[in-house]
Design a protein around this ligand. Sequence first.
Ligand code: F6P
Length: 326
Amino acid sequence: MKEIKCIGILTSGGDAPGMNAAVRAVTRSAIFNGFLAKGIYRGYEGLINNEIQDLTTQSVSNIIQTGGTILKTARSAAFMTVEGRKKAHDNMVNAGIDALVIIGGNGSLAGARVFAEEYNVPCVGLPGTIDNDLYGTDSTIGYDTALNTIVECVDKIRDTATSHDRIFFVEVMGRDAGFLAQNSAIASGAEAAIIPEDQTDIDQLEYFIGRGFRKTKNSSIVIVSESKKDGGALHYAERVRKEYPQYDVRVTILGHLQRGGRPSAYDRILASRLGTASIDALIEGQRNVMVGIQNDEIVYVPFTKAIKRDKPINKNLIKVLDELSI
Ligand code: F6P
């Protein structure tokens, strides 16, 4: 195995608050341990287009508190092709980069897995996504901040919902995972959450209305996970309008504001811990792993496991919301 002298860092996929804290941690920890650090801009797209610059300790000053990513990010279709990955590898070799730290979500780590296997490049991933959908880590960088952002918004929606006696369907992100929806529903005192993990034979809307979810309250908030399959919040609102015309219904789709903002203290600390651990992992000779956190301990999770899209939601959370929303 070739000795590692220079580490390339990139952020990829949807940005998440705390990515900057992670870039800072990886850069500083790399330099602290005697490596050179290079930033790759716009994720894999930047590797293909040779957008690479040296990173110093100063380059990552004053960013721990900022949202977004100073390295920019992209979803790269070119990196999914053999030709794209060849270009990326050529540029990496020419820049003298021996190993990569990839900060991103499911798709980004899936890309890293293929690249690492194809070119035998040491790759370590950090879970950076608001969706919290990577297996093997209790939390992903950005999830806590997004959750707090949602709760702040829902608190505001509650004011107007109560004033007008309305039902609000609030759609949140999460791609195929319901972590943001379920936990924001609990934290904001919402009446229900409609999440992909709870798609049983029972119609979730029928269930909530059927148990009389509006009898004792003058407003109701249902948090709905975004869904390409069933149409999300708009779909449920439409159904209520048709099937229960007595209710006054509104929809709020929170959208990309969930991805912005200053990272929470939790996300900054998580990013800092995982970032330094990514350099430890490379020093220890770890390859093709995501660095995660489980019960407050750093763990290495093989890419193949992390990206399987089968991270379970704790079913007790469903029970908690059910019991407390009567
Ligand atoms: O993966 C993060 C995420 O924000 C998902 O929750 C959402 O489905 C998706 O990215 C949106 O992607 P884009 O910003 O490319 O529209």
